[in-house]
Design a protein around this ligand. Structure first.
Ligand code: NAP
Length: 481
């Protein structure tokens, strides 16, 4: 395990809400070694003790009932260092802090800052001999705005850290249910023979948020839903659903299978973009509590913006396993409810002996609001009947909340930080995966621009633009809302 965890961006929003609380839980549950130190870096000046108290407050905000002695022992691991990473001066002091007390034998650098300064950080570390093996770096999204900028950022990082020592975070991969999807598919014999176009009718992957873009104006207005969510989280979920069984759980084996899926995605072009995708933007409406919600244009203070806050795509994977099975992907802000789910809809039985419409089995893999896996199966309706054997659909439930006996819900970053500390890259995104994904996304963005496809309005607090139903109804399907 690494002896030093260096966090750049230690005063930022991500560090406050996710990274320090995750590090705390790793400490409190005994996953950190005695020697593991945390060097927290940002520009602002902070006294060492004052910063420790700030972190203690962040932790208590997240960890109900955290014991003060455990929190104190955790914050003692933290050393704050004010450094402007865009100037070379501070790196000597950083190197000295890392190497103090015999530390710095194995270091994880977590870059929770804007990617625009990744280059300077990596060069600064290299100049101090801190980018050699076994040191590694973790980089946060967004890694680029398109394929070209993605390659540029990756090249910059690669000049200091080799690919196997570059850990690209997609925090969805740290979620319990996402890992469970791998366990479900490859740890059980029963699903794999059914996991193909012979048996599966459609796959739907949705990430719906109730929040708007308020407070993220500049960044979001430049990126939009396609680049902010589809390129990474939705595409990663699609890969895990569609990939072939990897030969092992190694990063290399999983990556190879994911890349094959990405390279098999049918291109979306100027000719088919209007039939295969929908862009939307929320207008004034309601939040889930019934309060008024402003329009996107008002949220980002840009009356002219046409950035999409909703995107729906009917994707196809051109290979033997999936030919003909639509993969419906959607994500949106200011939707009716907060929900992240994957629904695998199976084909109906070939011939129903029960009368009425044959129903489909469905496997629901729900990540939010609570983690749950449900298999919808047909069951005889209890009781007697003069009218044949009526059926009803019942769920077989695997609820992680109940299974964990009310234990706290983990932060996805906990597993990922632990993996970075122990040098296990399986749940991180490799460079060629990202490039293949950007290639597909860039083609859609170009087709939108060439065809002048504008964002269709939908009211805040609804399920997205009504035109999205055309994507599914064309195939006789509907969205699971
Ligand atoms: P943020 O709140 O703006 O914080 C940025 C951090 O970087 C601050 O600690 C800031 O220090 C530090 N920083 C900026 N310029 C610096 C410099 N020249 N030298 C040293 N430190 C510098 O950003 P964030 O929301 O935490 O996000 C961090 C990264 O994670 C971004 O790439 C973001 O896109 C990504 N991300 C964030 C979230 C999220 O929920 N926040 C989610 C996913 C990905 P000072 O405050 O001292 O200036």
């Amino acid at each position: 395990m690494a002896d030093t965890f260096v966090l750049f961006g230690a005063t930022g929003d991500l560090a406050r809400r996710m990274l320090f609380p995750s590090l705390y839980f790793l400490h409190a549950e005994g996953h950190l070694e005695e020697k593991t130190r945390i060097i927290a870096c940002a520009r602002s000046a902070r006294e060492k003790q004052a910063f420790r108290e700030e972190v203690a407050a962040m932790v208590c905000e997240r960890a109900d009932g955290a014991q003060s002695d455990v929190v104190e022992a955790f914050t003692k691991r933290i050393h704050y260092l004010a450094i402007d990473v865009t100037t070379p001066e501070g790196y000597g002091e950083l190197a000295a802090a890392i190497r103090a007390d015999g530390g710095g034998k194995e270091v994880v650098f977590y870059l929770s800052t804007s990617p625009s300064i990744f280059g300077e950080v990596c060069r600064g570390l290299k100049a101090q001999g801190l980018s050699e093996a076994p040191h590694r770096c973790v980089v946060e999204k967004p890694i680029g705005y398109d394929l070209e900028s993605n390659i540029r950022i990756n090249e910059t990082v690669a000049q200091s850290f080799s690919e196997e020592r570059t850990f690209r975070i997609d925090h969805y991969l740290g979620k319990e249910t996402v890992q469970n999807l791998i366990a479900l598919r490859f740890g059980n014999r029963i699903f794999e023979p059914l996991w193909n176009s012979e048996t599966i009718e459609s796959v739907q992957i949705s990430i719906a948020e109730t929040l708007g873009a308020e407070g993220r104006g500049g960044y979001y207005d430049e990126y939009g839903a396609m680049r902010d969510m589809m390129q990474n989280h939705l595409v990663q979920l699609l890969c895990l659903v569609a990939m072939e069984p990897p030969s092992s759980l190694s990063a290399e084996a999983i990556r190879n299978e994911k890349v094959k899926v990405l390279r098999s995605l049918a291109p979306i072009t100027e000719e088919n973009v209007e039939a295969k995708t929908i862009r939307g933007q929320y207008t004034e409406g309601f939040d889930p509590d019934g309060g008024k919600a402003a329009s996107y244009k008002a949220d980002v203070e840009n009356e002219e913006t046409d950035t999409e806050t909703y995107v729906g795509v009917a994707a196809e994977i051109q290979n033997w396993r999936w030919a003909g099975v639509p993969f419906y992907l959607e994500t949106g802000k200011r939707m009716a409810e907060r929900k992240t789910q994957v629904v695998i809809a199976f084909k109906p039985v070939p011939h129903s002996i029960f009368g009425g419409d044959a129903s489909n089995n469905e496997l629901h893999i729900i990540l939010q609001p609570e983690e749950r896996i449900t298999l919808q199966i047909m069951n005889k309706k209890p009781g007697i009947s003069a009218d044949g054997m009526p059926l009803e659909e019942l769920p077989l439930n695997l609820s992680l909340v109940e299974r964990n006996n009310g234990a706290r819900r983990r932060i996805a970053y906990e597993q990922l930080i632990l993996d970075a500390l122990t040098n296990n890259p399986s749940l991180f995104v490799q460079r060629d995966e990202q490039e293949a994904s950007w290639k597909w996304i860039d083609a859609i963005a170009k087709a939108w621009s060439d065809r002048g496809v504008s964002a269709k309005p939908y009211r805040a607090g609804t399920n997205g633009p009504s035109a999205k139903h055309v994507l599914t109804e064309r195939n006789g399907h509907s969205w699971y809302e």
